[in-house]
Design a protein around this ligand. Structure first.
Ligand code: MN
Length: 207
């Protein structure tokens, strides 16, 4: 993904679903606040900082990889939330990976259930605010990692495939303090077509 500003500003990501579509896993109210207010604020902050920065003609990914401080925090949160909000679809009862990503997960983690368990544990054990990620490294290995605050694995030369947001604003309206329950439910709305596409693009990138 290479996200460029249009006419000097970055734009909100378009969603392939309506705000009520992810319920009951993520409610419309949570999306109104999380997408409509939190992400919009990070985006406004980033666009306000951009003209005075040296990153005016850079992609969002380049800004995240090369900036620091308040610019990094806002650019990181914009990139993280774009990846997050565009990875979902309506809840599916049997929602499993397929294709090449399924094969890679099974080869590396044994089976999908074992992978889910490790991924959820990383989300539960992350202290404070942050993100848990599945990424691809330069040797095409899958990596599960935690990032605090606005962190994104592209700063470690990893290519992100999907992420669970463990900031409280992601789940507090629907799940209160039950982060583990929220993370367990999120599997039902992952759009594995989208993730397969992200994975395949990145695999090709390395070949
Ligand atoms: Mn968030």
């Amino acid at each position: 993904m290479n996200t460029l500003p249009r006419n000097g500003i970055f734009e909100m990501p378009r969603l392939s679903y309506h705000l009520e579509d992810l319920a009951p896993i993520i409610s419309k109210e949570t999306l109104q606040v999380h997408y409509g207010k939190h992400l919009q604020t990070y985006l406004n902050n980033l666009n306000a900082l951009l003209p005075e920065s040296k990153f005016k003609r850079c992609t969002l990914e380049e800004i995240v990889q090369n900036s620091s401080g308040v610019l990094f925090n806002n650019a990181g949160q914009v990139l993280n939330h774009i990846l997050y909000f565009t990875q979902f679809q309506k809840p599916q009862i049997q929602n499993h990976p397929h294709g090449r990503l399924k094969n890679a997960i099974e080869k590396q983690f044994g089976n999908f259930e074992k992978f889910q368990e490790i991924f959820e544990k990383q989300g539960i054990s992350l202290f404070g605010s942050g993100w848990v990620w599945l990424s691809l490294d330069a040797s095409n290995h899958l990596i599960i990692s935690q990032e605090s605050n606005a962190g994104n694995p592209i700063t470690k030369n990893l290519h992100p495939i999907f992420t669970f947001d463990v900031w409280e604003h992601a789940y507090y309206i629907d799940y209160r303090n039950q982060r583990a329950e929220h993370l367990k439910a999120l599997w039902q709305i992952l759009d594995w077509e989208c993730l397969e596409q992200r994975y395949t693009e990145k695999i090709h990138f390395h070949l």
